[in-house]
Design a protein around this ligand. Structure first.
Ligand SMILES: CC(C)(COP(=O)(O)OP(=O)(O)OC[C@H]1O[C@@H](n2cnc3c(N)ncnc32)[C@H](O)[C@@H]1OP(=O)(O)O)[C@@H](O)C(=O)NCCC(=O)NCCS
Length: 282
């Protein structure tokens, strides 16, 4: 199905993944971006003690608002959100576009959001931590099948492999609206170099393995990212990867949204690894 009502998306695009570097937001841009947030987001922001985490939250929520506004012509500051009974963020105003699906992730050095008019999506990004306690994490987080894949992998690729599997699980749990209410080890993925990831086994609540399509990418060499789309055999050529600069977010915050949206289409990036985020935010 073609996306409909989408502002600024490429032809045939069905999912738009926007990503940004949170560490670029300092001083005046922080003040401008805060203007995009609603009272509840600002209250959450003031409770965050770490400056780096605070920037992640701010840029992620500004990015989400600007990204939603590329899909429906509503000024970024006017979106209102609520939580579903399972904790999933949902749009509560100023319109209720039931078919618009979005997902957000923020981690050290990277924030990303996925938006789709026609498919349910979930996204997750993890900073690859080679020093993580894998002896503890692998049996806790991975399924027995995944653990055997992980053990068989080359030692130098294990950290990346673990975080890809972790991101895949979270992308699916977010697309399903569950978050960590379901134990990640109940989900099992097939992940081999050179082939797209797929679900090997899913709990009944998440439907059939064929209901979902998955994609892993490396927006930077330091991050693993996974995108889940609720559609069988989804063509990932229909994902638009779009790097958004702090300047673009600030322009939106300052009310020059229309110009930014029109200019934004020209900056669409099809290769997330060829990005300024990759250069600046490691
Ligand atoms: C959702 C979750 C898996 C994300 O984990 P994470 O890797 O730490 O964080 P990420 O940055 O990747 O994602 C966070 C975003 O996921 C989204 N999210 C949170 N809960 C979600 C849910 N149930 N479904 C879909 N998306 C969800 C939110 O947008 C959140 O960002 P925000 O809080 O700034 O709006 C995890 O935080 C979670 O499950 N939280 C809920 C905890 C919980 O259920 N507690 C109940 C008591 S045990």
């Amino acid at each position: 199905m073609e996306s409909s009502g989408t502002v600024g998306s490429g032809r045939g695009t069905s999912v738009v993944v926007s990503f940004a570097c949170p560490d670029e937001a300092t001083g005046i841009s922080t003040a401008a971006l805060t203007r995009l947030l609603d009272a509840s987001e600002r209250a959450r922001l003031t409770r965050i003690v770490s400056a780096a985490v605070s920037r992640q939250f701010l840029v992620a929520h500004a990015l989400l608002r600007v990204s939603l506004s590329r899909h429906l012509a509503i000024p970024p500051a006017e979106w209102r959100f609520a939580r579903s009974h399972t904790g999933r963020p949902v749009i509560s105003g100023p319109v209720e576009p039931t078919s618009l699906s979005f997902s957000l992730t923020h981690t050290s050095g990277l924030v990303m959001c996925a938006v789709s008019d026609d498919h349910t999506v979930g996204i997750d990004a993890e900073r690859i931590d080679a020093e993580a306690n894998f002896a503890l994490l692998v049996p806790q987080v991975l399924s027995p099948h995944e653990a055997s894949l992980w053990t068989a992998a080359d030692v130098s690729s294990r950290a990346k492999r673990f975080h890809q599997l972790w991101a895949l699980k979270e992308s699916l749990l977010k697309a399903a609206g569950l978050g960590l209410r379901m134990a990640p080890s109940r989900i099992s993925f097939e992940l081999a170099e050179g082939s797209p990831p797929s679900a090997e086994r899913l709990p009944e609540e998440l439907g059939s393995v064929d209901d979902w399509s998955f994609f892993v990418s490396e927006p930077t060499p330091a991050h693993a990212c996974a995108l889940a789309v609720k559609a069988p055999s989804f063509d990932f050529a229909r994902v638009e990867w779009r790097e958004v600069s702090t300047e673009e977010l600030v322009e939106s915050a300052l009310g020059r949204f229309d110009e930014v949206v029109l200019a934004g289409a020209a900056h669409a990036s099809v290769n997330p690894t060829n990005s300024r985020v990759a250069d600046r935010c490691l």
